[in-house]
Ligand binder design. Structure first.
Ligand code: GPU
Length: 798
């Protein structure tokens, strides 16, 4: 795939002219991007074909990662990096008078996910290709991505994100690989002459699923895997059956929008249609592929692994059963063995409000045959387990109960592996949330701590750090992330520490530039940059961060001369449009930002920057500029977190509760390189059990905290009369579900320790260095190799 700069320049000019019929100099940034994207796609297409042909020829076992969400981010630079031609193309563009970074920014960032779960899927796709594994992604090509967030008068407003408005240069429509997905209809049975039961499923509403394929280029290994996203269309030749505008609209609606709910369940009919749509299409195309191999059905699990990313694709289980039973004529026992051996499941939350449960009648009407199969799975499960584990425990594991279908139960029963996403999370699943299942199936449970790809989160997002690392420790860390630990040897090297400080400063300047240009805000790059970037959720406790800011505000109001570390508080967060409390918190933060940023008495000692429309691209700008990484969820609630890993890899020091993967981050960096505060998970559990927590009591007895909380209701913060009161009440009157008041003191204490550490430049730089040097184990390459080895049973290609 290698290129020479001259050759590239010629090719780029030619591609541009063929596409747009004038010279590239006259093109818009979008056109310049499209031409480059086309050229790049052309360059990897041969490897793409070659990779897939080789898998087929060798009959390699392949994994299919089923996910409702993917957040790939802009793909131009990551493709160039992985193809090994980033530097060459950068130089070539420069010689043509173009700035690659500027052209790259013309790519629309596809927001086909909400947050951590979707971004994890994309880090995994990169790692699967980069470690040389035969793997495919399976998901939905939403016509509109996650809403575009705007702040109007401090309130979140949602606008449609029309991400396909320009051409999507990366996708390839594969009409000849389309399949039919069937909804509704009537099911009856007839007896064959040989006595076999035949299923007749008629009067269905048939939807065409058309795949759009996007290449997933491996890192300098010639492997190009496939991400397949399905789009809903009217079946060819069936136009007569969809004659009204409304009928046509109903089809399009299936893949129109991504539900903007993160870790929150909404029992909407359209959502379950989406879930079945892409699960069925994915399973059908897998079965079609397997049948071409002409192998015995019992070998299916030796050739195919289906992984379901949370419960959203769980209907893949009864769908595979349906195909094996009704279309391929296998017996129940044969089909069930194959299905269980093929499917594995990752759980991403213990929050009850995020657990999917569908009304039985809804599934019965929408998917009558699938419903029967789920009933039968449930019946056999209960019949088999009740004698062994007793009625009570067994009924607690039932898939159908109280008129509802519990998707997690189906996912666990219908798969051979159930994993959590951090050690603590898996421990809680086993000991508590899924304990009944653990009693039945101890061997199914395992942990796979999440990871991130340093290719995007360091090499692309932080070119300054990348160059500094290359200079200091060589380039091996790029292919073997653990090698970054070599940096530890430089922990007392003043020259290296100073260089690291300069890298951070440059990245902070870059962000300050953005704040000035896009938000009309002046911030000081020498201040401590304190970053919390994640979905807005009560359990993630952005509000605790706010209480700390208000505490500082009061100190400055009391004494403008008080010696306080200058800080810039950076927030990035979208709230689900229907999540009222989260939206109130957004308004509150914006109101406080207005108040503090414009108060001359504060004298820039505190600045608050709440970026609009946080997503992958903004994360790439913010993360390299962070000094402190806020990971302050109530212990036990955050399954893993992944921004914690990205920030650590970029030299931010973590301010954290012992939650999710923070625990493992602490174990890796050591206590002296992280700030830990707050209740531990067991302590939270204990409070829930004995029910003695009383937040009102803390409010009454802690004058410092009381003063802070009163700011919410005493008119100090303009424009939040209603929000301030509601939030105050949730904390003081309704007993503070997430223990913010309980953790306040220790949080504040930890924050002042951080101030002290930051004021000692060598100490801070050393902490930053130790974080970077300890981040290797959190590479998603290792995570993925463990999935491959322990769950999927597939091996990297040699
Ligand atoms: N997560 Br469930 C999501 O982003 N969306 C979801 O719907 C569910 C979980 C997150 C977890 O909250 C986070 O802790 C984890 O790091 C991430 O999934 C990836 O596992």
């Amino acid at each position: 795939m290698a290129f020479d700069v001259q050759e590239f320049k010629k090719e780029y000019q030619k591609t541009f002219e063929e596409l747009f019929a004038y010279g590239y100099e006259d093109g818009s940034k979008t056109e310049q991007f499209i031409a480059l994207g086309d050229l790049v796609r052309g360059r990897y297409s041969e490897d793409w074909i070659q990779t897939i042909t080789a898998y087929n020829k060798k009959q390699e076992k392949q994994v299919y990662y089923f996910s409702m969400e993917f957040l790939p981010g802009r793909m131009l630079k990551s493709n160039l990096l992985n193809m090994g031609i980033l530097d060459c193309v950068k130089q070539g563009m420069e010689e043509l008078g173009l700035d690659l970074d500027e052209v790259a920014r013309a790519e629309v960032d596809p927001a086909l996910g909400n947050g951590g779960l979707g971004r994890l899927a994309s880090c995994f796709m990169d790692s699967i290709a980069s470690t040389g594994l035969a793997g495919n992604g399976n998901g939905i090509r939403y016509r509109y991505g996650l809403f575009k967030q705007k702040f109007i008068n401090g309130y979140q407003i949602e606008l449609p994100e029309n991400w396909l408005r320009n051409r999507n240069v990366w996708e390839v429509r594969k009409e000849n690989k389309a399949v039919i997905v069937r909804f509704g209809g009537d099911v009856s049975f007839t007896q064959d002459e040989d006595g076999r039961l035949r299923v007749n499923h008629v009067n269905t509403r048939d939807i065409l699923a058309v795949p759009y394929d996007t290449a997933q280029v491996g890192y300098k290994n010639g492997i190009v895997n496939n991400l397949r996203l399905w789009s809903a269309e009217i079946p060819y030749g069936d136009e007569a059956r969809f004659s009204t505008e409304q009928q046509r609209e109903e089809v399009k609606r299936i893949t129109e929008v991504l539900y903007p709910d993160d870790s929150n369940y909404e029992g909407r009919l359209l959502r379950v249609q989406q879930e079945y749509f892409f699960s069925s299409a994915g399973v059908q195309s897998i079965v079609r592929y397997f049948k071409r191999l002409k192998l015995d059905w019992s070998l299916f699990p030796d050739k195919i692994a289906i992984h379901i990313n949370d419960t959203h694709p769980t209907l893949a289980i009864p769908e595979l059963m349906r195909i094996l039973l009704d279309e391929e004529g296998l017996t129940w026992d044969q089909a069930w063995e194959i299905t269980k051996k093929t499917v594995s499941y990752t759980n991403h939350t213990i929050l009850q409000e995020a657990m999917e449960r569908w009304p039985e009648t809804m599934i019965q009407d929408l998917l009558p045959r699938i419903y029967q199969i789920i009933q039968e799975i449930n019946r056999r499960h209960i019949d088999k387990k009740a004698p062994l584990y007793g009625e009570d425990l067994t009924m607690r594991t039932a898939i159908i109960a109280n008129g509802q279908i519990k998707m997690a139960n189906l996912a666990i029963i219908g798969s051979h592996s159930v994993n959590g996403v951090a050690k603590l999370h898996t421990d809680i699943l086993v000991a508590d949330t899924l304990h009944d299942f653990y009693v039945m199936y101890p061997q199914k449970f395992n942990n796979k701590t999440n990871g991130i790809t340093q290719r995007r989160w360091v090499q692309i997002a932080n070119e300054n750090l990348t160059a500094m690392l290359d200079e200091t420790i060589g380039t091996d860390w790029k292919s073997d992330p653990e090698d970054i630990k070599i940096l530890k040897a430089h922990r007392d090297n003043k020259e290296v520490l100073d260089k690291l400080e300069q890298v951070k400063l440059a990245n902070k300047r870059r962000f300050a530039e953005y704040a000035r240009k896009e938000m009309n805000l002046e911030i000081d790059p020498n201040a401590l940059f304190d970053v919390q970037i994640k979905r807005l959720h009560a359990y993630k406790r952005q509000l605790l961060n706010v209480l700390h800011i208000l505490d500082r505000y009061l100190q400055l109001k009391d004494d403008p001369k008080v010696n306080l570390q200058k800080r810039v508080f950076i927030f990035g967060a979208k709230a689900a449009p229907s999540y009222y409390y989260a939206k109130q918190i957004i308004k509150l933060i914006n109101a406080i930002a207005d108040l503090i940023n414009n108060d001359p008495a504060i004298n820039d000692k505190i600045k608050i920057v709440f970026v609009e429309n946080y997503g992958v691209s903004l994360a790439e700008l913010i993360i390299p500029a962070a000094d402190i990484s806020e990971q302050i969820s109530l212990a036990g609630k955050e399954a893993s977190g992944t921004s914690n890993m990205k920030l650590m890899s970029n030299g931010a020091v973590t301010m954290a509760t012992l939650d999710g993967a923070n625990v493992e981050i602490r174990d890796n960096v050591g206590d002296e390189n992280i700030f830990i505060f707050g209740l531990k998970s067991e302590e939270v559990q204990e409070y829930y059990r004995n029910g003695v927590y009383n937040s009102r009591d803390i409010y009454d007895k802690n004058p410092r905290l009381k003063r802070v909380l009163n700011l919410l209701i005493d008119g100090t913060i303009p424009g939040v009369e209603a929000e301030g009161r509601d939030i105050f009440d949730s904390l003081v009157m309704y007993n503070d579900e997430y223990f913010l008041l309980k953790d306040f003191d220790s949080y504040i204490r930890a924050q002042y320790e951080a101030d002290t550490a930051f004021s000692d430049r060598d100490r801070w730089n050393r902490m930053a260095l130790m974080n970077i040097a300890s981040s290797g184990p959190f590479s998603s390459d290792y995570t993925i190799l463990r999935y491959a080895d322990e769950i999927w049973k597939i091996k990297p290609q040699s």
